[in-house]
Design a protein around this ligand. Structure first.
Ligand code: 5GP
Length: 207
């Protein structure tokens, strides 16, 4: 059986990654990896749905036991992707999404060279600031830290396979779905077709 496709969705904080992924999963069948984090739950965050909330001690134990595919420190907290769930889903042929920041995205690419790396951005920086302020879940200080982080991240955007501009939500969802399906087509249909043609042509020429 063919393995599923691993897709990394990164993007500036406030770019709308979470909303895009939520809408995508309402329409199509994608598995979402749930990360472990040491950040405090926000209003509305549910344990085991949004994150597995851990103490720093617990998180460091997960690192020691090699239970994470990758982990990174982001504005003062640890975030990491549990390995077991992702491996199982990919083996079962399911497509898996990772909503993770950039350092983590780069580490995933090293371990899974076939992973698809997508970066979500709003059309401009002013909209980014408005979205971060508008969602009302972070303090002014936290927003400043996240905007500073965005200014650093912009330097690495070109390491991603595709940049997804989140202007219209519906378009962003369809574009994300199409990019993953195109990757499927490449890895599944094309490889099978190439192999089949190779065998047929070798048989033909050896006759
Ligand atoms: P938030 O605190 O807004 O939920 O997440 C902050 C940042 O951490 C976001 O950019 C999010 O994508 C990223 N993040 C969430 N989970 C992980 C993870 O498992 N690994 C890494 N490297 N980043 C993560």
């Amino acid at each position: 059986m063919k393995k599923g496709i691993l897709t990394v969705v990164s993007g500036f904080s406030g770019a709308g990654k979470g909303t895009i992924i939520k809408e995508l999963r309402k329409k199509y069948n994608y598995q979402l990896s749930i990360s472990a984090t040491t950040r405090q739950p926000r209003k509305g965050d549910v344990e085991g749905v949004d994150y597995f909330f851990k103490t720093r001690d617990e998180f460091e134990k997960m690192i020691e036991k090699n239970e994470l595919i990758e982990w990174a420190e982001y504005v003062g907290n640890y975030y990491g992707t549990p390995k077991e769930y992702v491996e199982k889903q990919l083996e079962a042929g399911n497509d898996v999404l990772l909503e993770i920041e950039m350092q983590g995205g780069m580490l995933v690419k090293e371990q899974y060279p076939d992973a698809l790396l997508l970066f979500v951005t709003p059309p401009n920086a002013e909209i980014l600031k408005d979205r971060l302020t508008g969602r009302g879940t972070e303090t002014a200080e936290e927003i400043t830290r996240r905007l500073n982080r965005a200014a650093e991240e912009v330097e690495y955007m070109d390491k991603y396979d595709y940049i997804l501009v989140n202007d219209s939500l519906d378009d962003a969802v369809e574009n994300l779905h199409n990019l993953i399906q195109t990757r499927h087509y490449k890895t599944t249909h094309c490889e099978d077709l190439i192999e089949s043609m190779r065998q047929q042509l070798n048989t033909l020429v050896s006759k």
